[in-house]
Ligand binder design. Structure first.
Ligand code: XIL
Length: 302
């Protein structure tokens, strides 16, 4: 029968999900995972606190379990994430300045080298911009190392794996009229004009009534690809239920399919009970692993 992965493949796209290593022993979970999905993002296992819990001591066991699962089902991997102000190990949280800059670059070099040849795309930098109307960079220990920290991160990643696609990933960048969206757009435009190695922009797309699917979502995706990068929907979940939720999923999937360089969609978990926002029932399968109306809408839109 048709699946999300096979339907997306008809137009050269992928359909992915976030995966937790701790759930790979759940046969309902792995059954849906291997049947439906052609791209996997580790939900937490490639974050900085997971892969470098003590400085210069790297820990890959849980991430490697997910990479092995992907290989066994013929899915590709999105690496997430190399430089972020959250989920930093304690030793990094207390660092600043040039020592932190060196530690960040070493982390990127080591982790990207470990996974060289196994990662389709890396979220090199995650969530570097402020919410609200300022369009400014978010205040963080990484930002305080100097405004060029993002491009330094991308250059280190390119050097370690020249074949991986290198992405910037963020949330609240879906509405073209928002200052945060414009600020990320200008960064990508600047990087492309100066030859900083960036290949793609990820739109997390965590939607809820306070942050609904914007009417200009497709325009936003198109405008970014016009800069010469691919775009992907990287952490999709939509709070709600029934027809309203299904309609929102249809809108989002249709927007990606309408944009030539929107190369794939990843949902942030499999069943509602797997979600980081489980009470919002934001995913495509219910707690029993049954397909929801949102699943059918997403599949039909591919
Ligand atoms: C979330 C995970 O889903 C949770 O399990 C974890 O406790 C916190 O992080 N933006 C991101 C993701 O880029 O890494 C976050 O994932 C959700 C928001």
């Amino acid at each position: 029968g048709t699946t999300l992965g096979s339907a997306a493949a008809r137009t050269g796209r992928y359909f992915g999900t976030a995966v937790s290593a701790s759930k790979l022993s759940d046969s309902v979970y792995t059954g849906i995972l291997s049947r439906e999905f052609s791209m996997i993002t580790p939900e937490n296992e490639m974050k900085i606190d997971a892969t470098e819990p003590s400085q210069n001591q790297f820990s890959y066991a849980n991430a490697d379990r997910i990479v092995n699962q992907a290989a066994s089902q013929g899915a590709r991997m999105r690496g997430h994430t190399l430089a972020w102000h959250q989920q930093q190990p304690g030793w990094m949280q207390s660092m600043e300045g040039s020592a932190l800059r060196q530690a960040m670059l070493n982390h990127i070099t080591q982790v990207v080298t470990h996974y060289r040849g196994k990662i389709y795309a890396w979220d090199v930098v995650n969530e570097a911009y402020e919410d609200g109307g300022s369009g400014a960079r978010r205040s963080s220990n990484l930002q305080r190392t100097g405004d060029d920290w993002i491009e330094a991160a991308f250059r280190a990643a390119r050097a370690a794996d020249p074949d991986a696609k290198l992405c910037y990933n963020d949330y609240n960048t879906d509405d073209w009229s928002q200052a945060k969206t414009q600020a990320v757009y200008r960064m990508v435009q600047d990087f492309k004009s100066r030859g900083v190695p960036i290949d793609c922009v990820g739109f997390q797309s965590h939607f809820n009534p306070n942050s609904p699917v914007p009417s200009n979502y497709r325009t936003t995706l198109q405008n970014f690809t016009d800069l010469g990068v691919d775009v992907q929907i990287t952490e999709l979940d939509i709070e709600g239920s029934g027809t309203a939720q299904a309609d929102n999923y249809r809108t989002v999937v249709s927007a990606c399919v309408a944009v030539a360089r929107c190369t794939g969609i990843t949902v942030w978990g499999i069943r509602d009970t797997d979600s980081w926002r489980a009470s919002a029932t934001p995913l495509l399968f219910d707690g029993n692993g049954q397909k929801k109306a949102a699943y059918t809408a997403a599949l039909d839109a591919l």
